[in-house]
Design a protein around this ligand. Structure first.
Ligand code: PGA
Length: 255
């Protein structure tokens, strides 16, 4: 299937960086540097306290608001957590779920990732579900086994229709923030592997509709080659999304 029929998405992940006071300047610089009619969906996943400033700045631009995590619970006594409804209320459209940093530093297991996916969908948010192997798992030849497990676990109980509205990001942990990018061939092969898994479990129509992104040291230099692969529908970009000029170049590379 022609990948142009799927939504191309370039999503920035600011992680725990930047301040609300810098959002306006950033988005003005991004708007000036990126194409006037970008063909991809542009998303910025920012820390929760920055979301109102982003929503303000995004109103007059092509930028969509994204969050970096959400609670699996609807509401209640969950100190420090943020619900899907709270994010929706601020105009958030996308939410990253199961990022390797949440899995590693917050002990987020696949069951929780699945519960968060369910919660995001129920709350009308588009989950960007992150999967990917560590260096050690890769060296042991466990990449496919691990990624298949993570994808299946994250999507457990999700309907075929709901899955069409999800985004999956293949992010090899060894490539995140390390400057070591997967080769376009490797990244493309793993995104294709994920699409095949979805095809087997949910059918071809669904697998053709789901946007699958690559993440892990994507930057202005390597973006075009990665994004040219037939199964890579976009990118989840950390470090290089912090500079509006670099992020704009990646948006440009998406065509
Ligand atoms: P990176 O981060 O682009 O800095 O490697 C990607 C991510 O963690 O989503």
């Amino acid at each position: 299937m022609d990948k142009k029929l799927r939504k191309a998405i370039i999503a920035g992940n600011w992680k725990m960086n930047m301040l609300a006071s810098g959002v306006k300047t950033y988005s003005e610089a991004l708007n000036n540097a990126m194409p006037k009619e970008p063909s991809c969906e542009i998303v910025l996943c920012v820390p929760s306290p920055l979301i109102p400033a982003l929503a303000d700045a995004a109103r007059a631009s092509r930028i969509n608001s994204g969050a970096q995590d959400l609670s699996e619970h609807e509401s209640g006594a969950y100190t420090g957590d943020v619900s899907a409804a709270m994010l929706r209320d601020l105009g958030v459209k996308y939410v990253i779920i199961g990022h390797s940093e949440r899995r590693a530093y917050h002990g987020e297991a696949d069951l929780t990732v699945n519960a968060k996916v369910t919660s995001a969908l129920a709350g009308g948010l588009i989950p960007v579900i992150c999967v990917g192997e560590t260096d050690e798992q890769r060296e042991k030849g466990l990449t496919e086994t691990l990624v298949a497990f993570q994808v299946k676990a994250a999507l457990c109980g999700v309907s075929a229709d709901a899955l069409k509205g999800c985004v999956i990001a293949y992010e090899p942990v060894w490539a995140i923030g390390t400057g070591k990018t997967a080769t376009a061939e490797e990244a493309g092969r793993m995104c294709g592997f994920i699409r095949d898994l979805i095809k087997k479990d949910f059918g071809e129509k669904v697998s053709n509709a789901v946007s699958i992104l690559y993440g892990g040291s994507m930057n202005a230099k390597n973006a075009a080659e990665l994004l040219a692969r037939p199964d890579i529908d976009g990118g989840l970009i950390g470090g290089a999304s912090l500079k509006p000029e670099d992020f704009a170049l990646i948006i440009t590379a998406a065509g």
